[in-house]
Design a protein around this ligand. Structure first.
Ligand code: UDX
Length: 436
């Protein structure tokens, strides 16, 4: 089967490359000519483990092609995925301009039956809107279906999530479209992936509800962590014991400096806007968003308060990306914290395995270093913001030797408080009692 994916960003490219790996013939479209030129050589502009190799393998096998022309892609495909961005507008609602523009352009090239699939995270009702736009812009009378097939890809683990998903959601109203979509995902039947078939609106809402719920779990445990700090309890153990209750589950109960990334902050705000438009209060999600803002603020304030006057202080930041295994800095807690520290007068030295190039554009005042030890040189405090694996086994003797001070803020709770205190650090983590 021939399919195409319009928009070759993170979601579009993983979708295209993974379907090619399933043996389909895939055309990936992007309006950025330079990006298309690079992708033809198997080169991508962001960091995602395994994606370049996957891409190159499928380019060699002739199963994946790249173009800037939507017309060419629509012509050659039975199924057309829309995977363009839906960035937040000023009020938090999703910007639908790109989805709409692409829908118009697709319509102009439809000459035979097509299944148009929205993969981008789109407000409830978008499927209907896309259907209307396409109907209004068709050049000839042809049949088509609109399907919602939301993605649940975690950055840094996107290929694994595509190849071994917890579920596939297909929202459609036509049996023909459902059969075609099932056929696309046939390789996943072999591993018994649950496939949820529903209507378009329900599928659209599943995506927002899932992300908002995960964000809520994080904000919930972060608030419990804050309480643990006050009463002298240990949030790690609270989370572990909570997670053993199968109704709760152990995932997404790691306290930290607040969630970031391209999805949770954007999707929670967009869902609040959807609630507002339909006059439905979403108070739990409102609280989730508020708690997350507070958590970032609290992380920065805790460092500032502990160190006192920051005007002659140097702080070493380890980890910049919003989570490990990605160079994505969108809504990263690190950016928020660093801005606060700089504003309070501190000098900041930072190291991240892959996100420094991008961070330089946002935060030119930071000194970017070769590794964790160079970043710790002359620092009064070391702060772990992102839990990259290489920070899990730091050589503390080396850090003590190069650093000026002995403050250590572990915002991801990756170390044992007693161990670090035993090595002479003034160790602070999230929601765990300090070692006396
Ligand atoms: C998320 C969803 O997991 C994915 O299904 C969706 O399609 C897109 O959004 P992603 O943004 O890549 O994926 O990151 P994820 O691993 O979910 O983490 C999001 C944020 O939450 C990160 O900032 C992470 O550090 C934070 N987090 C996660 C916590 O603070 N605690 C946790 O227990 C889990």
């Amino acid at each position: 089967m021939n399919i195409s994916v319009i928009g070759s960003g993170y979601v579009g490219l993983i979708t295209g490359a993974c379907f090619a790996e399933f043996g389909l013939n895939v055309t990936c479209v992007d309006k950025d000519e330079k990006k298309v030129r690079l992708m033809k050589k198997g080169v991508i502009s962001f960091y995602e483990p395994g994606l370049e190799e996957l891409l190159q393998r499928n380019i060699r096998a002739g199963r994946i092609h790249f173009t800037t022309s939507i017309g060419e892609a629509v012509d050659s495909s039975l199924v057309v995925f829309i995977a363009v961005g839906t960035p937040p507008r000023g009020d938090g609602s999703a910007e639908m301009k790109y989805v709409e523009d692409v829908s118009k352009e697709i319509a102009r090239h439809i000459k035979s039956y097509k299944v148009i699939v929205t993969k981008s995270t789109v407000p409830v009702g978008t499927g209907e809107r896309v259907r209307r736009i396409i109907s209004e812009n068709l050049r000839e009378e042809v049949d088509f279906d609109v399907v919602s097939n939301p993605e649940f890809l975690r950055e840094g683990a996107g290929i694994e999530d595509f190849m071994r998903p917890n579920r596939v959601v297909i929202g459609a109203s036509s049996n023909q479209a459902i059969a075609i979509m099932k056929d696309l995902y046939r390789p996943l039947y072999l591993i018994e992936t649950p496939i949820v078939i529903t209507d378009v609106k329900t599928a659209e809402l599943i995506k927002y509800a899932s992300n908002a719920f995960l964000a809520t779990k994080i904000s919930f445990i972060n608030e419990i962590a804050n309480l643990c700090e006050r009463v002298g309890a240990d949030v790690q153990t609270v989370a572990k014991a909570m997670g053993l209750d199968r109704r709760i589950g152990p995932k997404f109960l790691h306290a930290g400096p607040g969630y970031g990334g391209s999805c949770f902050p954007k999707d929670t705000l967009a869902l609040l806007q959807i609630g507002k438009q339909h006059n439905v209060g979403l108070r739990v999600i409102e609280a989730t968003v508020k708690a997350n803002e507070f958590q970032k603020e609290k992380a920065a304030a805790g460092i500032i308060k502990t160190l006192g006057n920051l005007s002659d202080r140097t702080i070493c930041i380890l980890g910049l990306s919003f989570k490990p295994n990605t160079n994505d800095l969108r809504d990263a807690p690190s950016l928020f914290i660093i801005r606060r520290l700089l504003k309070a007068g501190a000098k900041v030295r930072a190291y991240d395995p892959v996100a420094m190039k991008d961070a330089k554009k946002d935060l030119p005042a930071v000194t970017y270093c070769r590794d964790a030890y160079e970043a710790a040189k002359g620092a009064h405090a070391v702060v772990i913001v992102t839990e990259w694996n290489q920070f899990r086994n730091l050589d503390f003797n080396r850090i003590r030797k190069v650093a000026k001070g002995d403050f250590f803020f572990d915002l991801r709770n990756i170390y044992e408080p007693a161990k670090l205190a035993g090595m002479g650090f003034k160790y602070y983590s999230i929601g765990r009692p300090p070692v006396q």
